[in-house]
Design a protein around this ligand. Structure first.
Ligand SMILES: *Cc1c(COP(=O)(O)O)cnc(C)c1O
Length: 432
């Protein structure tokens, strides 16, 4: 099928995520991708693009890592699916042990699910049911940050603090207290969290946050001190701390987990995205023993929750190989020198008029172009077009231009990506 036929069918039938469809149909010339390898996407016309976003922050090891593809092929000959209720298999069991080993101290149990949203949903339901059957049934509300993004199930939507995602559903979602993001000022955020927790503790099940970086609200970054204080305050009021590491985990911020920057351990931790190296949708939630033990006893205290693909053998085999690659190829340790290059480029861009709020951490660099600042702001899309012409894929978020490349991007491609980013921003600013 050639490009125009694919696009014709697509525009006739496919409803795209996060996309105003009338505008898409009228104006968008979509990329039509045929294959990918390492840090590059190739379109049907043979043109290639460096993947500056790891395709929705997933391809931390690049696309089609040969070791992952090999495991996929081999495992698919043996076992693709089985249930995980009263049944188990080697990869689910062994992977759980390995996930506990790499998770922060105290997270000793693993619940498998499908994607980032379900990994968070598991955490929310565990927290609610724990309190329900352990003497505090009135603890049904949550705390989350302004600008939070935790996924798209109705549960995680309730925690969301990005208006366009949450607004249509706000009458029917979980009760959630939104507190100021520490990215807008540490002291005020700490004070506000302190008040919210002490005033509402009796009704709170958990505080859920994206540690260090709020990805979907535009790579908003904050100080590790906030995490340390959050841990202390949650302990004081006996409120669970849930770390959503779906974006920040697996070395994205320069540590295996973003909570490692603060040296804290949450009660529940959610992982997805890098978890299965962009090969298959799969996720996990790791949980401490106090919560696990709160579900023992009479059968009706069990967690009656699951998904058809829980512990999926293909996904589990791949997730296991992902961890081995992290070890063998020293993936996290290799971030620091690359992070320094991102910082250098973004610091230069910060000197330009029209650029503000430059921030970097690990393999993330972001800046804001002057504009209205909303998610629907078009400013970043001019940079996207300019970068695409030069051979890089840099999908923006409104006026936020950012890069989150694969952690193992080869030096030469990495240098080209940063050069393209710098040139594209400079070009767009010059036209203003
Ligand atoms: C992407 C993301 C999610 C949702 O993950 P899906 O796999 O898209 O369901 C949840 N939390 C954070 C922090 C994310 O970045």
């Amino acid at each position: 099928m050639d490009r125009s036929e694919i696009v014709r069918l697509d525009k006739r039938y496919v409803w795209h995520p996060y996309t105003p469809m009338d505008r898409y149909r009228a104006e968008t010339e979509p990329l039509v991708i045929e294959r990918a390898a390492g840090s590059r996407l190739f379109d049907v016309d043979g043109k290639s693009y460096i993947d500056g976003n790891s395709s929705w922050w997933v391809a931390l090891l690049g696309h089609n890592h040969p070791r992952l593809v090999k495991v996929l092929q081999e495992q698919s000959q043996k076992l693709c699916h089985t249930s995980l209720a009263g049944v188990t298999h080697e990869h689910a069991a062994y992977l759980a042990q390995e996930l506990v080993k790499v998770s922060p101290e105290g997270l000793e149990h693993v619940f498998y699910s499908d994607d980032g949203s379900t990994a968070v949903e598991v955490g929310l339901k565990l927290a609610l049911q724990y309190w329900h059957q352990n003497g505090r049934p009135q603890r049904t509300e949550f705390v989350a940050l302004d600008g939070a993004f935790h996924g798209e199930t109705l549960g995680s939507t309730g925690l969301g603090g990005v208006d366009v995602f949450r607004k249509p559903f706000s009458p029917v979602v979980l009760r959630c207290h939104h507190v100021p993001s520490p990215s807008e000022g540490l002291d005020a955020a700490v004070e506000s969290l302190r008040c919210t927790l002490s005033e509402n503790a009796d009704r709170l099940a958990a505080f859920v946050l994206e540690p260090m970086v709020q990805g979907a609200s535009g790579m908003r970054m904050y100080d590790a001190e906030y995490l340390r204080v959050a841990r202390i305050l949650c302990d004081e009021h006996d409120v669970f701390l849930i770390a959503d590491e779906v974006f920040t985990g697996y070395g994205r911020t320069g540590q295996m987990w973003a909570v490692d920057h603060a040296g804290i351990a949450p009660d529940i931790m959610c992982m997805a995205k890098g978890f299965s190296g962009g090969i298959l949708p799969m996720a996990a939630t790791t949980i401490n023993s106090r919560i696990f033990d709160g579900f023992l006893g009479d059968a009706d205290r069990a967690f009656f929750y699951g998904h058809t693909y829980c512990g999926h053998p293909l996904g589990a085999a791949i997730a296991l190989e992902v961890l081995r690659i992290y070890q063998d190829e020293n993936i996290v340790a290799a971030v620091a020198p690359k992070a320094a290059k991102i910082e250098a480029v973004f610091e230069r861009l910060a000197q330009h008029e029209g650029v503000s709020r430059v921030r970097c951490l690990g393999m993330i660099g972001a800046l804001e172009l002057d504009g209205d600042g909303g998610y629907l702001d078009r400013a970043g899309w001019h940079v996207y077009d300019a970068a695409l012409r030069r051979g890089a894929y840099l999908r923006p978020m409104g006026n936020v231009v950012y890069t989150t490349p694969p952690l193992n991007i080869p030096d030469e491609e990495f240098d080209s990506l940063l050069e393209i980013l710098e040139e594209s921003v400079t070009e767009v600013l010059a036209k203003r």
